[in-house]
Design a protein around this ligand. Structure first.
Ligand SMILES: [Zn+2]
Length: 353
């Protein structure tokens, strides 16, 4: 009995708190459902009755009287239970109606906002943030800029690489100073190419800046063209200066005699993509350089997403050679991993005389 009274007192307290809820009060009048007609004075009369019921009763004078008393108490309890159940049902119905109305009001307001936005703004682009790109199909070069918002330069940039090297300004270009030495390295097949990361200490200096070699990798066919002519492969040697500026030195590869350095890399290819092989030998990157050091230079970009610009390109004029077997080995892994030629958009190309 006491438990029931306590429960009822509790539900009344909750009901009162809910009615005073500032959020509920802030809702527009239209959104608040009309309260179902409550029994007149129901909530106010109850506590009085409860208080009466709660008053301790005098001890029963006889067994008969005690039985009657027990019977009457049982009746009162049953009646109270029924009242509590009815009151709870009413409160639940009220609450459900309030929530439904609030949800409906919110939905209407969102729909209205969307309608307004559809009139004033173009439809928002569908969300795009994939990291997967490739050289063919839906995730190929023509769509790189649409795959990920951070790759928009692939679409909109005007200083993109690679380009067809033609109509260069022939000038006395300064010699690139090479400071390469045998170094430790690791090899990874990153899913787009075979990439060799070298230990520190390999530098080039050009235009009074020193760039350190970070990694080199291969493309087939060559990405760059010279007067429209492509090459079977190209090596891109990626350098960075202390400010983070990139300089990529490209060495074109044609079919001929074998190249020691390439063979050392091929000897240490990982069996699985993304596995890193750390060979216990050194690599002499200088073996990758042609005898003549003439070059083309222009400002371009990374040739893979995110296609960042501001990259200094240095393309050696004299190609290097690799054996047919060395070429064939790479083509089994990557028959095509070259970005198509990009518009040069009137940018200056300089070349050694
Ligand atoms: Zn590259």
């Amino acid at each position: 009995m006491r438990n029931l009274i306590a429960l009822f007192a509790c539900t009344l307290a909750i009901s009162t708190a809910s009615a005073n809820d500032p959020h509920a009060a802030a809702k527009p009048a239209a959104a608040t459902p009309a309260a179902p007609a409550a029994k007149p004075g129901a909530s106010k009369a109850e506590p009085v009755k409860l208080a009466a019921l709660e008053t301790p009763k005098p001890a029963p004078p006889s067994a008969k009287a005690a039985a009657a008393q027990a019977l009457s108490e049982a009746d009162a309890e049953a009646e109270l239970s029924a009242k509590i159940a009815a009151r709870l049902a009413l409160m639940r119905a009220n609450q459900a109606a309030r929530l439904a109305a609030a949800a409906k009001a919110k939905k209407v307001s969102v729909t209205r906002r969307e309608a307004v936005s559809a009139i004033t703004q173009p439809a928002p682009a569908r969300p795009f943030h994939s990291d997967h790109w490739s050289y063919e199909g839906e995730t190929g070069p023509a769509n790189w800029g649409k795959i990920n918002a951070a790759w928009s330069k692939c679409d909109t940039g005007t200083r993109q690489s690679p380009i067809d090297l033609r109509d260069g300004m022939k000038v006395d270009l300064e010699q690139i100073t090479f400071d390469y030495k045998p170094t430790g390295f690791n090899v990874v097949d990153n899913g787009h190419t075979v990439q060799v990361t070298v230990g520190g200490g390999n530098f080039i200096t050009v235009q009074n800046r020193s760039y350190e070699l970070l990694q080199f990798h291969f493309h087939r066919p060559s990405e760059e063209r010279v007067n429209g002519k492509g090459f079977e492969m190209v090596v891109h040697m990626v350098h960075k200066d202390p400010e983070g500026k990139l300089a990529v030195l490209a060495v074109l590869l044609e079919r001929g005699k074998g190249n020691n350095m390439i063979q050392t890399v091929w000897n240490n290819l990982p069996l699985e993509k993304l596995d890193v092989v750390n060979p216990n030998v050194v690599l002499d990157v200088a073996e990758m350089l042609p005898q003549r050091r003439d070059y083309f230079t222009f400002m371009g970009s990374l040739t893979t997403p995110p296609c960042n610009e501001g990259v200094l390109w240095l393309v050696m004029k004299q190609p290097m050679q690799a054996s047919p077997a060395q070429m064939a080995l790479f083509s089994r892994m990557y028959p095509l991993n070259a970005r198509p030629i990009q518009a040069s958009s009137g940018r200056m190309i300089k070349e050694s005389n």
